[in-house]
Write a protein that binds this ligand. Structure first.
Ligand code: C5P
Length: 253
């Protein structure tokens, strides 16, 4: 067989990535009678959509979901029976839940394993965005460049007043997934939580505190975090649109 007649070689799929899904929050801002990750979205619990999107990504080795100690809902999900889905008990804050999952993962995977941390409350994450993040620097996060004018504010009595307009082109809104090597992220989170726990609001902030500069990867606008009741209405409309159009990807910016 000549080189020209050989069938084209497909590069092997790298399916060595682990995903951590913190899902141990109570979702107080939603004001619902159950945590937001279990609220119905197009007839399924919100977290089921999140897990289905991640499970459909060919790069996946496994998922570790951090759930609350008193969680009675997770075990009822179809996805809970998937052999690639593992669970751990989460902690008081999101960072504690992520750290619990990293501690478990360090008994299952090599220290340099690439880990993506993704909020259970972002059900519209697209496989295209996950792929773009996987292809970026070893430390990277999905994020949205600011589209509004951004103001710094200070409290003045019972009002908030503008003190400054920030240069918008330098402002990005962090989303998830956020990616880093397993052991580096674990150590940065442990050290960050000791040094300045209130500053650790995502994985990137722990990496930044240790001097790293994670890459920002532009994400689809539809990858928002369901936080307030209106977000649930929007998420349902976008999912319906995605199902009707048969699209796997998110709504572009
Ligand atoms: O509350 P917030 O929307 O910032 O939570 C982001 C994600 O972190 C959610 O998926 C939530 O379930 C999770 N979380 C957690 N453990 C906590 C608090 C939040 O896993 N203690």
């Amino acid at each position: 067989m000549t080189a020209a007649s050989k069938p084209a070689q497909q590069p092997p799929v790298d399916n060595s990535y682990w995903v951590i899904v913190p899902a141990a929050g109570s979702g107080k801002r939603m004001g619902a009678d159950k945590p937001k990750q279990y609220l119905p979205l197009l007839g399924q619990p919100l977290i089921a959509h999140t897990l289905q999107n991640i499970l459909s990504w060919p790069g996946l080795a496994g998922i570790v979901v951090a759930i609350a100690a008193n969680d009675r809902d997770f075990a009822t999900l179809v996805e809970a029976a998937n052999p690639r889905v593992h669970t751990v008990t989460g902690g008081a804050e999101r960072a504690d839940s992520v750290l619990a999952a990293l501690d478990y993962l360090s008994t299952q995977a090599a220290p340099e394993t690439s880990v993506l941390v993704h909020d259970a409350a972002r059900p519209l994450v697209s496989v295209d965005d996950i792929r773009a993040l996987a292809a970026a620097d070893p430390m990277a996060l999905l994020a949205q460049p600011a589209s509004d004018t951004v103001k710094r504010a200070a409290q003045s009595g019972d009002k908030s007043c503008v003190t400054e307009t920030l240069p918008r082109e330098q402002i990005w809104l962090a989303q998830t997934p956020q990616k880093a090597p397993l052991e580096t992220l674990r150590q940065c989170l442990q050290q960050g939580l000791k040094a300045n726990p209130t500053a650790i609001t995502d994985e990137a902030s722990a990496l930044e505190l240790a001097g790293f500069k994670p890459q920002l990867v532009p994400a689809c606008r539809s990858n928002f975090k369901v936080t307030h009741p209106a977000d649930l209405v929007l998420a349902e409309a976008l999912l319906q649109h995605r199902q009707q159009s048969g699209a796997q990807s998110g709504i572009q910016q």
